[in-house]
Design a protein around this ligand. Structure first.
Ligand code: ATP
Ligand code: MG
Length: 784
């Protein structure tokens, strides 16, 4: 049994030292006689970082120098040397996947001892576990719900409306992202300054934030930001609780430290104050989450906050060959705000980084697929190759090509292009257009964007459709001619039905690409995302543009729909199947592949115009760091490409090669641009790239932040409970108009009793006793 005061059964390891005798070794694990088996494989600096187990340590080093390896070996060392039980080690990684891998590697180094490492995870997952144990201290119960973004937005909307604010002017998503940012900065409502307060609805930010937090408590719920923030609050207000946790975690280790935000930093600092055995590893040149509140300055503060910290630098890169490393170092050297590092490798120079210019995006996709096939022919496995994109929508062209030639691929960090939320929505509109009886499609979009056709209305349509054995679309057509729906819903549904009728007739005159744009515009779908202030919205709009471009390659909407159905049908490969990896640069952090393709290095796309517009020079530098991350993922082959032309919303736009290409040191690069594509050899970068810049944004998946950028996971199952989604219960009969005669007394579930005055097919005119004259559907009426 554990000595833990608040969870006698749940702890996974032997007793933590008692208060007052923390330094006794009575409860320490045994120390082995044999020398550690894993140290030999390390260089002297790495070894020093592993062996400096006591006191604060910062490992500050460039890509591929073995930081993660040091962290893993250090855990093995702590366990092997008996410095701690597995449950006394807190190790924070960027993704759950990274945590799992780390655990496996530790196990590979020292065997089964690593199994009890239950505190190896992401900030969010660890914080959630701590919070559950003290939920009552912040007014929650231990079984609190973790809200997903949808729930969060819904809640905020209610609050905004209740405050009498115009949600159109002050969108809930804007408030949600502000609150997220405040929480990343560890700002509770009380701590919010005047500037922040003013940033929403003319100074109502603080009031709404306060209300929101109160409401969350009533619902027994927490959002992602709360997981850390509540724990910090508890630690600050309850020294006894803090002390218990401080005592527990004798050793704390953090990977990818450059991307921690203020709240995470505070949380770590509080936890580490007692033993001060905090080891952080990071690379300021790989800080790529500034837009999410990451503070690269945390690295600089480390030595101040932990005086006497050992700072260890690793300079030997073990990952990449010489040319690749030199190209990456040359690129990052253009950044001003950096600590500066030397990197060297004993590897051969290897291949130069290839820079290939293509005519257009399709040629880029086609040729990349050819290159992949070629390398495969020379013995490379597909799993050794990755395509790393700047923006989620870029995967589409590659996916199409891979499907066409039957090359297995996986998209990591999000759904495949045609499975993304906005693509599915748009496709649902097209499907209803082509095939009105497609109920699944109809149901998907009937209230997207929100048009006052909530669950109750949809339920009513279902009931009618089933009773009559007709499609939802058909049922909708019927019901709008009656008084069954409230006037607002009726009008709105009628508008939608008229829209479909109009688009269908337009389809006979207009090209299908134009029609598709009109449908998305007139239905309000595009504006829904334009009005959306969330971080993912721009990426979704980019995906929609990309969809229209994809359409252009087909002669009609039905042909395109068939194509997509087939693409979607392609079986997902089994986990262990050999597949090419497609993912975003953000998601690739910490990973490595023998062959890396980096497409779309064009002004506007990369560096992303949006990033430049929003954050100026800081944005540019962050983009450059992203480029550095990209190149340094490659072990042996790096291929950068750019296209001279891209189709954007079905119009060709010319694009200039990324300025980053110019910044690559010429000696380490081999250019293969088609002659004459850009009026000669030089690329130049002054003109704007063409307006399709696409900042991709992570949607901060719980515990899996780093793996999801740019892709939209909303299409996938939600792990959390939904809040109050009561659906009206409907009663339906199989009555038809023939079952009634004028004068018949009837009962309608909504309007009560009345008398039939006229029968028109399955529609009845009824004079209700209290509700007055209404037109209703026979199925909803019973004889009284
Ligand atoms: P990043 O900055 O990209 O996260 P990193 O610094 O964490 O990189 P690792 O992923 O730990 O680097 O290591 C990069 C590669 O070098 C891995 O394949 C790792 O196994 C290898 N490596 C690290 N140190 C050594 C070593 N001493 N001997 C041999 N290989 C090593
Ligand atoms: Mg690493």
């Amino acid at each position: 049994m554990s000595s833990d005061p608040f969870d006698p059964a749940g702890w996974d390891d032997p007793p933590a030292p008692q208060a007052g005798n923390e330094t006794t070794t009575a409860s320490a694990p045994p120390v082995p006689n044999a020398p550690p088996p894993y140290l030999d494989g390390l260089n002297p600096e790495q070894r020093a970082a592993v062996e400096a187990t006591e006191g604060p340590v910062l490992v500050l080093a460039g890509a591929g120098t073995g930081k993660t390896r040091v962290l893993t070996t250090r855990i093995a060392h702590l366990l092997y040397m008996g410095r701690a039980w597995p449950g006394q080690i807190l190790a924070v990684t960027f993704t759950n996947k990274a945590a799992r891998e780390m655990q496996q590697r530790v196990a590979a180094l020292i065997g089964g001892v690593a199994e009890g490492m239950s505190w190896l995870g992401t900030f969010h997952s660890v914080a959630a576990r701590i919070l559950r144990r003290h939920a009552e201290l912040v007014g929650l119960q231990p079984n609190f719900t973790i809200l997903d973004t949808d729930d969060q937005i819904r809640l905020l909307k209610q609050l905004i409306q209740a405050e009498g604010l115009d949600e159109k002017r002050f969108p809930a998503r804007l408030l949600a992202s502000l609150i997220d940012r405040w929480k990343n900065r560890a700002l509770t409502p009380e701590r919010l300054g005047a500037d922040d307060d003013a940033s929403y609805a003319d100074g109502r930010g603080k009031a709404l934030y306060t209300l929101y937090q109160e409401r969350l408590k009533t619902l027994n719920a927490a959002d992602f930001g709360d997981l850390l923030l509540h724990v910090i609050t508890i630690f600050q207000k309850h020294p006894d609780v803090l002390e218990t946790w401080q005592r527990r975690f004798k050793y704390i280790l953090v990977d990818e430290y450059q991307d921690t935000n203020v709240a995470q930093y505070l949380w770590l600092r509080l936890l580490a104050q007692k033993w001060r055995n905090l080891c952080c590893v990071g690379d300021d040149d790989q800080s790529i989450y500034g837009w999410r509140g990451a503070e690269v300055g945390n690295i600089l503060k480390f030595e101040q906050d932990f005086p006497g910290a050992a700072v260890i630098r690793l300079e030997r890169n073990y990952r990449s060959t010489g040319h690749i490393l030199a190209a990456a170092s040359g690129l990052i050297a253009a950044n001003e705000g950096r600590l500066g590092k030397t990197l060297w490798t004993e590897d051969d120079l290897g291949e130069r980084v290839r820079v290939i210019g293509y005519w257009d995006g399709e040629e880029e996709a086609r040729s990349t697929a050819d290159l992949i096939e070629g390398m495969r022919g020379h013995g490379r496995r597909l799993s050794e190759m990755a395509i790393l994109v700047r923006a989620g929508h870029q995967t589409r062209a590659f996916e199409e090509r891979f499907v066409a030639i039957g090359l297995p691929y996986r998209v990591i960090g999000g759904p495949r292009f045609y499975e993304r939320l906005e693509i599915r929505d748009a496709m649902a509109y097209f499907r209803v257009l082509v095939q009105p009886d497609d109920d699944l499609a109809f149901e998907r979009i009937v209230n997207v964007p929100k048009r006052g056709l909530g669950d109750a209305t949809v339920q009513q349509l279902h009931v009618l459709a089933r009773a009559r054995n007709i499609s939802l679309h058909h049922a909708a057509g019927l019901i709008v001619e009656t008084d069954e729906l409230k006037p607002r819903a009726r009008n709105s549904l009628r508008d939608l039905m008229e829209g479909f009728a109009r688009w269908r007739s337009l389809g006979r005159e207009l090209p299908h690409t134009e029609l598709a744009e009109i449908v998305l515009d007139e239905s309000g779908y595009t504006s829904m995302w334009q009005a959306d202030k969330s971080a993912e919205a721009p990426g979704r709009l980019d995906n929609l543009k990309e969809l229209i471009d994809a359409l252009a390659g087909f002669e009609s909407l039905p042909a395109f729909l068939d194509h997509v159905a087939l693409v979607m049908e392609i079986e997902r490969g089994a986990e262990d199947q050999d597949m090419v990896t497609l993912m975003t640069l953000h998601g690739a952090k910490g990973l490595e592949f023998p062959v890396v393709f980096l497409p779309g290095w064009e002004e506007g796309l990369f560096p992303s115009q949006r990033s430049l517009d929003e954050s100026g020079l800081a944005g540019l530098e962050e983009e450059r760091r992203l480029g550095y991350v990209g190149i340094t993922r490659a072990r042996e082959t790096a291929v950068i490409s750019h296209a001279a032309n891209r189709r954007v919303y079905n119009q060709w736009q010319s694009a200039l090669p990324s300025r980053f290409i110019d910044e690559l040191p010429a000696d380490h690069v081999e250019s293969e641009a088609r002659p004459g594509l850009w009026g000669g050899s030089g690329s130049g970068y002054n003109a704007a790239g063409g307006g399709f810049g696409s900042q991709l944004r992570d949607n901060d998946l719980f515990g899996d932040r780093g793996v999801s950028p740019g892709f939209q996971r909303a299409a996938q199952a939600k792990p959390t409970r939904k809040l109050d989604l009561a659906v009206e219960r409907m009663i339906v009969t199989d009555n038809t108009g023939d079952d009634f005669a004028p004068g018949q007394r009837v009962h309608h579930q909504k309007f009560g009793h009345g008398r039939v005055t006229h029968i028109d097919g399955n529609k009845l005119d009824i004079q209700f006793d209290t509700a007055g004259a209404k037109k209703v559907i026979a199925s909803f009426v019973t004889k009284a």
